[in-house]
Design a protein around this ligand. Structure first.
Ligand code: NAD
Ligand code: MG
Length: 386
């Protein structure tokens, strides 16, 4: 049976791996829409290759270029943020959300509001607007399937019929490229250093989040949104080999885990094929070759971003949204050479202290808090650089 599929953020790391699965299984999915931020050439090539019906570029100034690149193909095009939202709203059974950042929120909501099956990679959307997104999913009958490898692992071993059986959810973290570095040794880290992830190959933003451990903090908040378990039951363990993708400890002391080689096509295929499983070309796990699995407690002093996120999760309300927005601004400033690596946690902490908390009942509330936090964080970037 062929199912219709949309990929939001089709030109990125997750998006292109989703497209790889589509190319390997031409009868399984029919592509409705693909989107990109600015990469018109990559988007047009992908849309041609899979025969998409609609392609949207978020950068409004790239509309003509996209139309020209797809002239004569019959593929409809759109440009600007509204066109990306339209991509989410178009009728596709399955939507993979692979946009990076809170920019994915509105297109995700468009898919949620029509009851789609969502493969969620775009964790920032759940961090900044988890209660709004999950309430809309319940109201409209949308299914939220995690693509993030940790949450996908948890989903696979979670007692969905009786969450009270869970004593603890244990997220594994690779520890990132600076796992053994002192704070002093992190100070001069370059973008290239921070992006040298030991086990996964990913987009720049999530790679830097992995170096600060903010990624694990965002994932704690993401887990709190996806799984009905009190936040005190969420935990993190550093596991440098990235073989165990996360674990669920049950009240009887049993611990269930999902393992696999670090290849995102495994969780992406799980979410795109659900409830069926699909063959993937991912390398098979060779435990004799891996030989050793090791574990250590996360160091919240060297990695304050993880602590900030943990505190924001416990605080709830608008704190996770403020944290996420500040982190997006700080990471973008680091990439642009306007902030140092250790400025990231400082900017996030200061933004959390500055921005007043506000109600988070609607999408509009979320967008207002997100905008206020971005403005505050931008001010801090300028102040620190002066
Ligand atoms: P990426 O940077 O490689 O790709 C991001 C995609 O989003 C691109 O298609 C880009 O064009 C699009 N995009 C960026 N800004 C946009 C905007 N303002 N409006 C519309 N589109 C925009 O990122 P990635 O590594 O593929 O990560 C995507 C998401 O998946 C992130 O939320 C990340 O945390 C999550 N994730 C990624 C991985 C991974 O292995 N890469 C693993 C787990 C979770
Ligand atoms: Mg992850």
């Amino acid at each position: 049976m062929t199912r219709s599929l949309t990929i939001l953020g089709a030109t990125g790391s997750v998006g292109s791996q989703a497209l790889d699965l589509v190319a390997r299984n031409p009868d399984r999915w029919r592509v409705e829409a693909l989107t990109a931020n600015t990469d018109v050439a990559g988007l047009a090539a992908a849309a041609r290759a899979c025969g998409a019906r609609f392609a949207a570029v978020a950068d409004a100034s790239k509309g003509d270029a996209l139309r020209q690149a797809l002239a004569g193909t019959g593929i409809a095009t759109g440009a600007g943020p509204a066109a990306v939202i339209e991509a989410g709203a178009r009728d596709a059974e399955i939507v993979v959300t692979a946009i990076v950042g809170a920019a994915g929120l509105e297109p995700t909501m468009a898919a949620v509001r029509r009851g789609a099956q969502l493969g969620i990679a775009n964790k920032e959307t759940l961090v900044c607007a988890g209660p709004v997104v999950t309430a809309a999913a319940r109201a409209h009958g949308a299914t939220l399937l995690p693509v993030d490898s940790e949450h996908n692992a948890i989903f696979q071993v979670f007692p969905h019929d009786d969450p009270a059986q869970v004593e603890r959810i244990i997220l594994t973290a690779s520890g990132g490229p600076f796992r053994t570095r002192s704070r002093e040794a992190m100070r001069g880290a370059s973008v290239a250093d921070a992006c040298k992830h030991p086990t996964w190959s990913m987009g720049a933003k999530i790679s830097i989040d992995s170096a600060t451990l903010m990624n694990k903090g965002l994932e704690l908040i993401e887990a709190a949104q996806l799984f009905p378990v009190p936040v005190e039951r969420l935990d993190v363990i550093v596991h440098p080999q990235s073989v165990i993708h996360s674990m669920v400890e049950y009240i009887d002391g049993s611990v269930l885990a999902q393992l696999g080689s670090p290849d995102m096509r495994i969780p992406i295929a799980y979410a795109m094929g659900w409830p069926e499983r699909i063959a993937t070309p991912a390398a098979r796990l060779n435990l004799a070759e891996v030989a050793n699995l090791s574990f250590e407690a996360p160091d919240l002093e060297r990695f304050p971003c993880l602590k900030l996120a943990w505190d924001a999760m416990r605080a709830g309300g608008s704190a996770p949204c403020i944290l996420n927005a500040a982190n997006e601004i700080a990471v973008a400033a680091f990439i642009a050479g306007q902030a140092g690596f250790l400025d990231i946690d400082a900017i996030v902490a200061e933004t959390l202290a500055m921005v007043p908390h506000a109600p988070m009942a609607s999408l509009e509330d979320v967008l207002a808090v997100d905008a206020a936090a971005r403005a505050a964080a931008r001010g801090l970037v300028v102040k620190r650089a002066a």
